[in-house]
Design a protein around this ligand. Structure first.
Ligand code: NAP
Length: 180
């Protein structure tokens, strides 16, 4: 059982993963711009309205949530860019408290022109962090490729949280030319 779990961007394709975390945590603070209601709403789910593109306000909201619920032991983070994700991880690293950071990454992160190892480095050096990358790939179906469904994404993320490897690929990312 986790104590405080923080989820960023967990109301869309990750909604089932957020609901799973509610079963395994005493409190799940779920950050999104719109107030979220998840299917099978749990009383452990605490929706937090916040926009990570507003740097100062987001940082302040994170601090207020930590003051209220304590430092998170687990974080599930789906940001559209690495910059706010790293800023957020750095803020958590100032707390002097260990946390597992599950960073969901879009398929572009697996572009052969980019190194997934290189992308880990700024996170791995942070105090207290155990960093996990979860890369969303594609699936083959009827001799063609397609993007993952929300269920496949959420299931892959839940498995990543259970297995706790440094890197988890959901579906396939190679051959790169096969992506939809
Ligand atoms: N490889 C793959 O198969 C793959 C990879 C990535 C995406 N996708 C697909 O692409 C679709 C679209 O992805 P998506 O990320 O746009 O949708 P999404 O996961 O359905 O929604 C994005 C999540 O991030 C939150 N969010 C977005 N901007 C935010 C901000 N500035 N501040 C705080 N929270 C923010 C959203 O809530 P609010 O809008 O309320 O803020 C929501 O919780 C997905 O539905 C999925 O099917 C597929």
């Amino acid at each position: 059982m986790f104590n405080h779990v923080m989820v960023i961007g967990g109301t869309g394709m990750l909604a089932e993963a957020t609901a799973y975390l509610c079963l395994h945590a005493s409190a799940v603070t779920s950050f999104s711009r719109a107030p979220a209601t998840l299917h099978g709403q749990s009383d452990r789910l605490i929706p937090i309205r916040a926009d990570y593109s507003c740097v100062y306000e987001f940082n302040r909201t994170v601090s207020e949530v930590i003051d209220q619920y304590g430092p998170p032991s687990l974080v599930l983070a789906w940001f559209h860019d690495d910059e706010p994700a790293l800023r957020f991880a750095k803020q958590l690293a100032t707390l002097d408290s260990p946390f597992a950071f599950f960073h969901v990454l879009g398929s572009a992160s697996a572009n052969p022109g980019m190194s997934i190892e290189e992308q880990r480095r700024p996170f791995e050096g942070l105090a207290g962090i155990t960093y996990h990358q979860v890369v969303l790939g594609f699936q083959y179906q009827d001799a063609k490729s397609r993007w993952l469904t929300h269920r496949e994404i959420a299931t892959g993320v839940i498995e990543a949280i259970q297995v706790r490897q440094p890197l988890r690929i959901v579906g396939h990312v190679t051959p790169w030319a096969d992506r939809p």
